[in-house]
Write a protein that binds this ligand. Structure first.
Ligand code: SF4
Ligand code: SF4
Length: 324
């Protein structure tokens, strides 16, 4: 489900920009992490323990970084980015500073009212990515926010009804394997997209939701269901076929490809630090970026890592066209 801000003819300037960035070996996607603060309480992430005092050190503009990288895709993320009251102005300034970019906002969704969504959409956001791992109260418990799943489903429907683009970001865990496919069907019914990633314990060592050997057969069955769904209905699941098909291989520990983080994607933290991915420490200020070599790391198989490894096959083009 691509942003309704774009038409098929936009593929031309986007393709040009993609080729240029690849040629120059510059990142295609830049994540702007506007804060590490968060008002959720996820067990698998320690960001919510960030000291409120660090707020004073957060960047008040990402324009210079946006101009320097001039990426094709921007993700505004956190922490919880909606905690920044100046988020609309941060987004708007970057939107005016560079052309030909696809801009998404990643949020836990608790504060994404229709009014805030409209203001952010008008400022430049082209897609709202809302985390949703379970369709019910289990999501509230996992995030530490009562009523969250109900609020997300209601607000996503309302935002979608206003003509804005919504995608659910769903993490495949040990205890939601039977919920994933029903969530895909619910996304299809609501007219929103869905992006899947695999749970990792790299953020804070919480192994409680890891997919283990005993889940392998169920994961493989789920992947078959998802790929079959994509064959008959493209445009809902945004993951490439390659990413989905690679999940069982990743879980078996057979992935040999290096991770391209820092090369295709790069992360700028709230204090101006540059990271090859959100879960690695900063390597200096973003202005010192000199590229990252591929790294032998298998600590995660998030979609951003997996999609960077996916070859450009015709089915990816079919996904793009079906999403438009
Ligand atoms: S995973 Fe996201 S929502 Fe949960 S504590 Fe971390 S930043 Fe907040
Ligand atoms: S596999 Fe890549 S994206 Fe994942 S933690 Fe390692 S370096 Fe980061």
């Amino acid at each position: 489900m691509l942003s309704r801000k774009f038409s098929p003819w936009h593929l031309v300037p986007f393709s040009w920009k993609y080729v240029r960035l690849r040629w120059q070996r510059r990142p295609v996607l830049v994540n702007f992490e506007v804060t590490m603060r968060c008002n959720a309480k996820c067990g698998f992430c320690d960001y919510w323990k960030t000291s409120p005092e660090l707020k004073a050190q957060e960047l008040d503009s990402f324009v210079d970084a946006a101009k320097a990288f001039d990426p094709m895709m921007i993700t505004w993320t956190g922490g919880e980015p909606l905690l920044r009251k100046d988020l609309e102005s941060l987004v708007g300034a970057v939107d005016r500073a560079i052309r030909t970019k696809y801009t998404a906002l990643l949020t836990h969704g608790a504060m994404l009212t229709i009014e805030r969504a409209r203001a952010l959409w008008d400022a430049g956001i082209g897609q709202f990515n809302i985390s949703l791992d379970y369709p019910d109260e289990r999501h509230d418990v996992a995030r530490g926010i009562p009523g969250l799943a109900r609020r997300i489903l209601a607000n996503a429907a309302a935002i979608r009804a206003e003509g804005m683009t919504v995608r659910f970001n769903t993490v495949i865990k040990d205890d939601n394997l039977d919920d994933i496919f029903p969530l895909v069907l619910e996304a299809e019914r609501m007219g929103v997209g869905m992006n899947l990633s695999v749970y990792t314990d790299f953020k804070n060592g919480d192994t409680s939701h890891l997919l283990r050997a005993e889940h392998q057969a169920r994961v493989e069955e789920l992947v078959r269901e998802l790929l079959a769904f994509k064959r008959r209905r493209r445009g809902i699941i945004s993951n490439s076929d390659h990413y989905l098909a690679s999940i069982p291989r990743y879980l078996r520990g057979e992935m040999t490809e290096p991770c391209l983080s820092g090369q295709d994607t790069v992360h700028i933290d709230p204090y101006g630090g540059i990271r090859r991915c959100p879960d690695f420490p900063a390597d200096g200020h973003w202005s010192e970026y000199a590229g990252y070599a591929p790294i032998k790391c298998d600590r995660c198989f998030y979609a951003c890592r997996g999609e960077a490894q996916a070859p450009l096959r015709p089915n990816r083009f079919l996904d793009l066209v079906a999403s438009a």
